[in-house]
Write a protein that binds this ligand. Structure first.
Ligand code: 5GP
Length: 194
C-alpha cells in the first residue's frame, strides 16, 4: 500500500535490533485517516462475507482493528495480555513471546466473545517472527472458530513470521512489507506487491 510505505519512509525510524519505530503515526500517536485507508484496503484484501469478527491483541493492534472493523461491520475482540478483574468466566489462554519486550505473556480471550461458528480475521500492527499471530490463531482454534486470514499493517519480510504462517496455509496479507532496513543509514526497502 503506497500511502503506508510513503509514510513509513517519511516518519519511520530504524532502530538497532531490527526494530522499526513508527510511534508518530501508528504505535503511540495514531493517524486515524491513515488507519481508515488501511481499513479500506483490508476490506479489499479480505472480501469474504463470512468474516463476522476481528481479533487483535492489546495494545497497538486495537486502534487499527477498530477502524478497519467499520468497513467489515463486525465487532472487534482484543486478546488481553494480563488477568484483570474485568475478565470473568471461562477463558481461552495461550502464551506469546513478545518481540519488542522480550518476555513471554499469557494472552487471554473470554469464551463469551469467541466460539464455534465464528469466522475471524486477525489484525495486528507488525509481523516479525510470527509469535503474536500464531498465538491469536491458537486462540481462534481453541474456540473451534475459523481463521479467515491475518491482516498486518507492517510485515518485516526479512523475519520468519510471514513465511512460517503462509507455509501453514494461512492467508496473510500485509499492507507494507519491509524487505530490508538499515539502522546505520536509515534506508528502508519495500517488497513490491500488486
Ligand atoms: P512477532 O510476534 O511477529 O515476532 O512480533 C509482532 C509483535 O511485536 C507486534 O504485535 C508488534 O507489537 C511487535 N513488533 C515486532 N516488531 C516490531 C517493530 O519492528 N516495531 C514495532 N513498533 N513493533 C514491533
Amino acid at each position: 500500500m503506497e500511502l503506508l510505505e510513503e509514510r513509513i519512509r517519511k516518519d519511520g525510524n530504524v532502530k538497532p535490533g531490527n526494530v522499526l519505530k513508527v510511534d508518530s503515526f501508528l504505535n503511540h500517536q495514531m493517524d486515524v485517516e491513515l488507519f481508515s485507508e488501511m481499513g479500506k484496503e483490508f476490506r479489499r484484501l479480505f472480501p469474504s462475507e463470512k468474516i463476522n469478527k476481528i481479533l487483535t491483541i492489546e495494545a497497538s493492534g486495537i486502534g487499527i482493528a477498530c477502524i478497519a472493523a467499520q468497513y467489515f461491520h463486525v465487532p472487534v475482540v482484543f486478546a488481553k495480555k494480563s488477568q484483570s478483574v474485568n475478565l470473568d468466566g471461562e477463558q481461552y489462554i495461550t502464551r506469546i513471546e513478545s518481540f519488542t519486550h522480550k518476555r513471554v505473556y499469557d494472552v487471554i480471550v473470554s469464551k463469551k466473545y469467541l466460539g464455534k461458528g465464528d469466522h475471524v480475521l486477525i489484525i495486528d500492527d507488525f509481523l516479525a517472527n510470527g509469535c503474536a499471530a500464531a498465538g491469536l490463531i491458537d486462540l481462534v482454534k481453541s474456540a473451534g472458530a475459523v481463521v479467515e486470514g491475518v491482516g498486518i499493517a507492517i510485515e518485516k519480510g526479512f523475519q520468519e513470521g510471514g513465511r512460517l504462517l503462509r507455509s501453514k496455509g494461512v492467508r496473510v496479507e500485509s499492507l507494507a512489507i519491509v524487505e530490508s532496513m538499515d539502522d546505520q543509514t536509515g534506508e528502508i526497502v519495500f517488497r513490491s506487491q500488486n
